[in-house]
Design a protein around this ligand. Structure first.
Ligand code: NAD
Length: 260
C-alpha cells in the first residue's frame, strides 16, 4: 500500500484512459497526485473520487503553463518526485495525407508537451537531487504502421528525449531518472476512437485486427508505479514495453494469447 508513500506526482492526461488508471494506482500506493488535463469536466469528476488527488486544468502545449505549474507544486508541496507525461492525441493518416496542421497538432501535445514537462520537472527536481520522469511512448516508436505517421514520429521523439535526459542526469549527477513506457493496444477511449476511424478508412485491415490482443489500463499503470517507486532506482533511460510480445511476434498476437 505504500510503494510511493510521501511522493508528490504530476500526471498529465489524467482525466481519461491510461493517465486516470496511473493516477488511481499511484494514489492507492500513497502518492499525492496533481491530475493535469485539458478536459476540466472529466478531470474534476475523476479527482473527486481519488484520495490525495487534485485536478489542475492545463494545456500541456504551453511552456509558460508548465513553468507556473512546476513552481506552484514546489510552493504548495515543497517537492516534486514524479512526473508522468501521459497526455497525447492520435490522428490517423499516412505521410501522404498528413497535413502540416495535423503534424503540428499531434507533435504539439506529444513532443512539445513532453519536452516542456521534462524541462520544468528537471528544474525543480534538481535541487532535491532525486526524481522519476516517466514518458508515455508507444509500440508505434518501435514498429511501423502506415497510418500512424505523425503519432509514431512524436513517440520516437519522446523516446529519444528520454534517453538524452537520462544520460544528462547520470553524467551531471542530478539523481533524476527518466524512462519511457511503450504500451501496445490498451482499452481506452483513444483506442476505441482509433478503431472506429480505422474501420472507416481501412475496413479490411480493421477486420483483420479484430480479435488481436488488447491490454488493460492497469497493465500500464503497474509499470508506471514500478518506475515511480524506489524499487526501480537502477532503471534509467530504459524502454519498458507493455505489449504481450506484440512487437517481437511475426503476425498478430491474438487475444487468446494473453499471458495469465
Ligand atoms: N490506448 C492505447 O492503446 C495507447 C497505446 C500506446 C500509447 N498510448 C499513449 O498513452 C497516452 C494516454 O492515452 P489514452 O489511451 O489514455 O488516451 P485518452 O484519449 O483516453 O486520454 C488522453 C488524455 O489526454 C488529454 N489531453 C489531450 N490533449 C491535451 C493537452 N493539450 N493538454 C492536456 N491534456 C491533454 C485528454 O483530454 C485525455 O484526457 C497517450 O500519450 C497515448 O499516445 C496509448
Amino acid at each position: 500500500m505504500d510503494r510511493v508513500a510521501n511522493k508528490v506526482a504530476i500526471v498529465t492526461g489524467a482525466a481519461s484512459g491510461l493517465g486516470l488508471a496511473i493516477t488511481k494506482r499511484l494514489s492507492l500506493e500513497g502518492a499525492t497526485v496533481i491530475m493535469v488535463d485539458i478536459n476540466e469536466a472529466l478531470g474534476n469528476t475523476a479527482a473527486a473520487d481519488i484520495a490525495q488527488a487534485s485536478f489542475y486544468r492545463m494545456d500541456v502545449t504551453s511552456e509558460q503553463a508548465w513553468q507556473t505549474l512546476a513552481d506552484q507544486v514546489i510552493s504548495e508541496h515543497g517537492q516534486l518526485d514524479v512526473l508522468v507525461n501521459c497526455a497525447g492525441i492520435a490522428e490517423l493518416a499516412t505521410i501522404e495525407d498528413t497535413t502540416e496542421a495535423l503534424w503540428r497538432k499531434v507533435n504539439a501535445v506529444g513532443t512539445d508537451g513532453t519536452f516542456f514537462g521534462c524541462k520544468h520537472a528537471l528544474r525543480v527536481m534538481k535541487p532535491k537531487g532525486r526524481g522519476s520522469i516517466i514518458n508515455m511512448c508507444s509500440t508505434a516508436s518501435i514498429m511501423g504502421a502506415p497510418l500512424v505517421f505523425a503519432y509514431a514520429a512524436s513517440k520516437s521523439a519522446i523516446r529519444g528525449m528520454t534517453k538524452s535526459i537520462a544520460c544528462l542526469s547520470t553524467q551531471a549527477g542530478y539523481g533524476i531518472r527518466c524512462n519511457s513506457v511503450h504500451p501496445g493496444n490498451m482499452e481506452t477511449p483513444m483506442l476505441i476512437e482509433m478503431q472506429t476511424t480505422f474501420a472507416e478508412i481501412d475496413p479490411v485491415t480493421a477486420e483483420e485486427m479484430s480479435g488481436i490482443w488488447v491490454g488493460q489500463p492497469d497493465d500500464v499503470a503497474n509499470m508506471v508505479l514500478f518506475l515511480a517507486s524506489d524499487e526501480s532506482k537502477a532503471v534509467n533511460g530504459a524502454e519498458m514495453v507493455v505489449d504481450n510480445a506484440t512487437t517481437i511476434t511475426e503476425g498478430a498476437v491474438p487475444m487468446t494469447g494473453a499471458a495469465g
